[in-house]
Write a protein that binds this ligand. Structure first.
Ligand SMILES: Cc1cc2nc3c(=O)[nH]c(=O)nc-3n(C[C@H](O)[C@H](O)[C@H](O)COP(=O)(O)OP(=O)(O)OC[C@H]3O[C@@H](n4cnc5c(N)ncnc54)[C@H](O)[C@@H]3O)c2cc1C
Length: 333
């Protein structure tokens, strides 16, 4: 905490023009609309100020948390003594490269990326048009839907690697993409800055029709009228989380203001005044009930902060992500 205060003072001194929000409620930055204040939120105007913030944090033995649209995170009610870096305000450039690929910065929304591809007659990103995240958060999670995943269309990723304080570019094959995971998630220490996507050439009208069809499906099946963070649990191998939850009789199950959606059992929704503890307790109950009834462990897809508040007890490897400054950790080449 002391280190964080020193770092914040240094950041203010060295980057006087930086937009730095202090004690900012994270409920305002989360699709769940849940979360107490984070100590600070920085909005770097470019890569050089982002690198500078990371450098100061590292000097103080701290790591930043990157934040996209906050559509996959449960922030704690009591707040967090952390400095978050927001990508969505300034890191939003997107353009076509001379060879026809798309360059997009971390803060570009997946919806915009998908529309941009469609407008340029490029197919393969239709699945992403309804995912409410950003390029940065999407790549870290290897976001996907309806049979598509970002890993299928991304060619390379540029990221700031905190332990070495260098900018690196990794081809997609070196990013360790898997089902809702990547090296960025499992190894930590990476601030994704931009990526090159290479969708295939296609017919604009057909691409648009596909996007409409998928978004219609989403509206029909998902509780988009209520705050949530998307699917609460990953799809366990050979099963569907929503079906297991429904079969366990948990559709509509409620703890405080949190509820297993009555429209889609894979979603946990905030009915109005849910706390992070409500969501956490609900997810624990769901996971334990499903495990007792079926022997299948549901692993959270939502990132629950802080790490020691995560569904950790009997789950073999509850995945919790935070950027860890670990000198030993090197990206896979
Ligand atoms: C209604 C709804 C529907 C959804 N549907 C889908 C779906 O169909 N498929 C799917 O995969 N997901 C879905 N999601 C979940 C979520 O939108 C995705 O996981 C998305 O990719 C998260 O992006 P984000 O920008 O919001 O990331 P955030 O929630 O802001 O962050 C997610 C993680 O990425 C890290 N991160 C963010 N930006 C960076 C960066 N630049 N560098 C390094 N780390 C970073 C954060 O620290 C955090 O650990 C849905 C969510 C909602 C609310």
């Amino acid at each position: 905490m002391e280190n964080l205060e020193t770092a914040i003072a240094q950041i203010k001194q060295e980057l006087p023009g930086l937009c730095l929000m202090e004690n900012e409620p994270m409920s305002a930055h989360s699709s769940f609309k849940i979360g107490g204040p984070a100590r600070a939120l920085a909005v770097p105007s470019d890569v050089s100020s982002l690198s500078k913030i990371c450098h100061i944090l590292k000097l103080n033995k701290l790591a930043p948390m990157l934040l996209g649209n906050g559509t996959n995170i449960l922030f704690p009610d009591e707040g967090l003594p952390e400095l978050f870096i927001i990508s969505t305000e300034k890191l939003t450039k997107m353009f076509l490269l001379p060879d026809g690929a798309i360059y997009a910065e971390a803060g570009v929304s997946l919806a915009k990326l998908s529309s941009f591809a469609q407008q340029n007659g490029l197919q393969g990103l239709e699945f992403a048009s309804g995912i409410p995240g950003t390029v940065g958060g999407g790549l870290l999670m290897n976001a996907g839907a309806y049979g598509g995943e970002l890993k299928d269309v991304v060619e390379s990723v540029v990221y700031y690697f905190l332990p070495q304080q260098t900018l690196l570019e990794a081809p997609a094959e070196a990013c360790g993409f898997g089902y809702r995971t990547s090296n960025f998630k499992t190894q930590g220490g990476c601030a994704i800055l931009s990526a090159v996507f290479r969708p295939e050439k296609g017919d604009k009208d057909q691409i648009a029709a596909k996007m409409r069809e998928l978004n219609e499906k989403r509206r029909e099946k998902q509780p988009l009228d209520l705050p949530s963070a998307g699917s609460a649990f990953k799809r366990p191998e050979g099963h569907f989380a929503a079906a297991l939850i429904e079969q366990a009789g948990l559709k509509g199950y409620t703890v405080g203001g949190a509820q297993v959606s009555e429209k889609h059992s894979g979603f946990v929704v905030n009915k109005g005044n849910a706390t992070s503890k409500d969501v956490y307790d609900l997810m624990m109950h769901v996971r334990n009930t499903v495990y007792t009834q079926t022997g299948v462990f549901l692993e959270p897809e939502i990132i629950i902060l802080p790490p020691d508040y995560a569904l950790k007890d009997e789950t073999p490897d509850a995945p919790i992500y935070r950027i860890d400054v670990n000198e030993e950790t090197l990206p896979e080449e």
